[in-house]
Design a protein around this ligand. Structure first.
Ligand code: FES
Length: 123
């Protein structure tokens, strides 16, 4: 099983293929935001990747990061648009604590959304 390290929190074994946003909540136990429910629209599930960043991203991720002017921000990725395929290290900065929100958002489904999932290159 891959290992997920969250800076300042710890290192955790995570199931292969699990959505990163769910692993952050379930295995790592952090209050990761996911306001749109994992549909690649809100960017509240963003993390900063320190290592293990996947080369490809979903079209939904690329589109929303482009629309918000975030695509060129080094290491910034949407945890709802990635799955656990290899060891990864993150900085998790978009969390419920201090956000002023009532909750983290509706729990994302177990599978990547929106469907159909299309993987694209960053540029
Ligand atoms: S973009 Fe909204 S939860 Fe990922």
């Amino acid at each position: 099983m891959p290992q997920m390290t969250v800076e300042g929190v710890g290192t955790f074994e995570v199931p292969t293929g699990k959505r990163v946003v769910l692993a952050l909540s379930d295995e790592c136990g952090i209050d990761q935001l996911h306001a749109c429910g994992g549909f690649g629209r809100c960017t509240t599930c963003r993390v900063t990747m320190i290592s293990g960043e996947p080369e490809k991203l979903t079209k939904a991720e690329r589109d929303v990061l482009t629309a918000k002017g975030l695509l060129s921000t080094a290491g910034l990725r949407l945890s709802c648009q990635m799955t656990c395929e290899n060891d990864m290290t993150f900085r998790a900065e978009s969390r419920l604590a201090g956000s002023g929100r009532a909750d983290c958002g509706r729990r994302p489904s177990d599978e990547l959304e929106p469907k159909p999932v299309e993987f694209v290159q960053r540029v």
